[in-house]
Design a protein around this ligand. Structure first.
Ligand code: PLP
Length: 388
């Protein structure tokens, strides 16, 4: 069988590979500490589950419009207004089967072969692969821990070429938890307006923010910037609903139409029951529960930070949001894959290597798990690293 050349370009997800290995070890009876999760460990709120059960019982089990039902889009419209001061018409919103699906659709709709998409390092593993799947070319912008893992004007300008189509911004970021302030975003937006570059703003970690910081959506900087931006969000991380697969985007009406068309010939509508659950969660906001989860994440971050700082040669970057540490392990003289594989094999702790996020000197450590597990993990990493 001769497979498509397109797939030759795409690498399998390294994050899934190490997690599967860790889970297989655990299933075989090993005591494995998993600090690799890409999803909140909290359960979906009870009332959201009830909304889904009600949807099933009332026969809400049929096709909906491909881009999501109107009542859900109306709830999303209100969310954008209340949380981000953004006014969208429902015709500027489309619902997909997760934010990953929203992003995949965007790249399919905007890229011609050879079009370039600027991706800021360290980046979520799927961005480059999704761009490649659409025939585009990822152009990476290097940042550093010293600069807060944020790209400045010069960095971005140096990546712009005649083929630049779009730029992806992810704040708070996976894998490092960096947050772009409104001022940071204003500078990036200015370049994108001047150079006619579409801004794709992935705001999936919007609600997981620490130390009283605020999330700013780049689209809210000015009407001009809003017109050049597609905002992507979803319920996976904010409402602990990763398995329900609901994401959404808002932006230019023409683009939304094209995404609708693509979706109507590929996945059709996102699951009707999940739409009902997401509509409930987004309409209610569930602020108290979300704030409680957020403060638990912050407590875990602080425990992990303290632990990592006590490990010789480990240099953790303190996240301001999301639930991951990006930690420099280059002092040990191992590449990130070898470090992560040996840590799993020899100390039974699962973390994700930094290479697929664009930096082989780092590992990603998730704190989407309880404090006791984090403490146990730290003890093992410290002992193992000390023996290297
Ligand atoms: C930065 C980022 N964007 C988007 C997603 C996709 O989220 P979902 O498809 O579950 O909505 C993830 C999930 O890990 C992520 O980390």
């Amino acid at each position: 069988m001769k497979y498509s050349a397109r797939m030759d370009e795409v690498k399998p997800s390294a994050t899934l590979a190490i997690t599967s290995k860790a889970k297989a070890l655990r299933a075989s009876g090993e005591d494995v500490i998993i600090l690799a999760a890409g999803e909140p460990d909290f359960d979906t709120p009870e009332e959201v589950k009830k909304a889904a059960i009600e949807a099933v019982n009332s026969g809400d089990t049929k096709y909906t419009p491909a881009g999501g039902r109107l009542s859900l889009k109306e709830a999303i419209k209100r969310k954008f207004k209340d949380d981000n001061s953004l006014d969208y018409d429902v015709s500027e919103i489309v619902v997909s089967s997760g934010a990953k699906h929203s992003l995949y659709n965007i790249f399919q709709v905007i890229c011609n072969d050879g079009d370039e998409v600027i991706i800021i390092h360290p980046y979520w593993v799927s961005y480059p692969e999704m761009v490649r799947l659409a025939g585009g070319v990822p152009k990476f912008v290097k940042t550093s821990a010293e600069k807060g893992f944020k790209a400045g004007e010069e960095d971005i300008l140096s990546a712009v070429s005649g083929r630049t189509k779009a730029l992806v911004i992810n704040s708070p970021s996976n894998p490092c938890g960096a947050i772009y302030s409104r001022e940071d975003l204003r500078k990036i937006a200015k370049i994108c307006i001047e150079k006619d570059i579409l801004i794709i703003s992935d705001e999936i970690y919007e609600k997981i923010i620490f130390d009283g910081q605020e999330h700013a959506s780049i689209a809210s900087i000015s009407p001009e910037v809003k017109a050049k931006t597609i905002v992507v969000n979803g319920v996976s991380k904010s409402f602990s609903m990763t398995g329900w697969r609901i994401g959404y985007m808002a932006g230019d009406k023409e683009m939304i139409k094209k995404v609708n068309t693509l979706q109507s010939h590929s996945t059709s509508n996102p699951c009707s029951i999940s739409q009902a659950a997401a509509e409930y969660a987004i309409s209610k906001g569930l602020t108290e529960e979300m704030e409680r989860n957020c403060s638990k994440f912050q407590e875990r971050r602080d425990v992990l930070m303290k632990g990592l700082l006590s490990i010789d040669k480990a240099k953790p970057f303190k996240p301001e949001g999301a639930f991951y540490f990006f930690c420099d392990i280059s002092g040990y003289g191992l590449d990130s894959m070898t470090f992560a594989e040996r840590l799993l094999d020899e100390a039974k702790v699962a973390v994700i290597p930094g290479a697929p996020f664009g930096d082989d000197r780092f590992i990603r450590i998730s704190f989407a798990t309880d404090v006791d597990t984090i403490k146990k993990g730290i003890t093992r990493i410290k002992e193992w690293a000390g023996s290297l």
